[in-house]
Write a protein that binds this ligand. Structure first.
Ligand code: PLP
Length: 217
C-alpha cells in the first residue's frame, strides 16, 4: 500500500506525510528505508521520543492540537506545525523559534467539518489573526498555508464541499495577505479515507496513517 501511495503522491505532486502516531520506531524505520522522510505525529511527547531514536533527516510534522506549554519541546527540530488555531499559539511558536535561532513553518487550521468537536478557526477568526500579523510581523514564523479536516462521513459530496471550502479560504487569504510570499503554498487536507477527494480539491499535502501502517488500536 505504501508504494501505491508514494506513487500517487508523486504523480499528483503532493507531499505524503506518513502519520506514524501509536506506531513503533521500527515501523518508521522500515518506511524510512523505502525513502519516506515526512512523518506526522499528534502528540508532543511521542514525537520527541521517536525523534531522538531515528535519523536526523526525517521531517517531523506535528499534526495534532498543540498546547502552548509544549511548543518548547519540539521547537528545536519540528519541520512543520499543522494545526495552529490561535494568535497566542503563533506568538509562542515565534518566541521559541527565536530562542532556537531558526524559522518554524506553520499552517493555520480552519474548521471545515460540521462536527462541533473539531478544532480550527472560522474564516473571520483567521482573518483577524492575519490582520494582526500584518501589523506586527513575526519573521521567525513561516506561514506556509492552511490545514483542515473534513467531517467523518460516508457522504462524499459533503467531504468534497468541505475541502473545496478550504481551498477557497486558501485562495482568498493568499490573494489578500500573501500574494508576494513564495512560502504560503500549502493546503494540508486528506486522510486515509478521503485523500483522493482532497487531492482533487487542491491538497498539496496529505496526512495518511492507517492506509500505510494498518489500523490503530
Ligand atoms: C490520525 C490523523 C491523520 C491520519 O488518519 P488516518 O485516517 O489514519 O489516515 C491525519 N490527520 C490528523 C490530524 C490525524 O490526527
Amino acid at each position: 500500500m505504501y508504494n501505491d501511495l508514494k506513487a500517487f503522491a508523486e504523480n499528483h505532486n503532493v507531499t505524503l506525510v506518513a502519520v506514524s502516531k501509536t506506531k513503533p520506531v521500527e515501523a518508521i524505520r522500515a518506511l524510512y528505508d523505502l525513502g519516506q522522510r515526512d512523518f506526522g505525529e499528534n502528540k508532543v511527547q511521542e514525537m520527541v521520543e521517536k525523534q531522538s531514536q531515528l535519523p536526523a533527516d526525517i521531517r517531523w510534522h506535528l499534526i495534532g492540537h498543540l498546547q502552548k506549554n509544549k511548543v518548547k519541546y519540539i521547537a528545536p527540530f519540528v519541520a512543520m506545525i499543522h494545526a495552529v488555531d490561535s494568535l497566542e499559539l503563533l506568538t509562542t511558536i515565534q518566541n521559541q523559534a527565536i530562542k532556537n535561532n531558526r524559522q518554524i513553518p506553520v499552517l493555520i487550521q480552519f474548521h471545515i467539518a460540521d462536527e462541533t468537536t473539531k478544532f480550527g478557526l472560522s474564516y473571520d477568526e483567521a482573518e483577524a489573526i492575519f490582520e494582526e500579523i500584518q501589523k506586527n510581523p513575526m519573521p521567525e514564523l513561516i506561514i506556509a498555508g492552511v490545514m483542515g479536516m473534513a467531517t467523518f462521513t460516508e457522504d462524499k459530496a459533503q467531504i468534497k464541499a468541505e475541502f473545496q471550502q478550504l481551498k477557497k479560504y486558501f485562495d482568498t487569504i493568499k490573494a489578500k495577505y500573501f500574494a508576494n510570499d513564495p512560502e504560503f503554498i500549502h493546503i494540508s487536507m486528506g486522510m486515509s479515507g478521503d485523500y483522493p477527494i482532497a487531492v482533487e480539491a487542491g491538497a498539496t499535502m496529505i496526512r495518511i496513517g492507517s492506509a500505510i501502517f494498518g489500523f490503530r488500536d
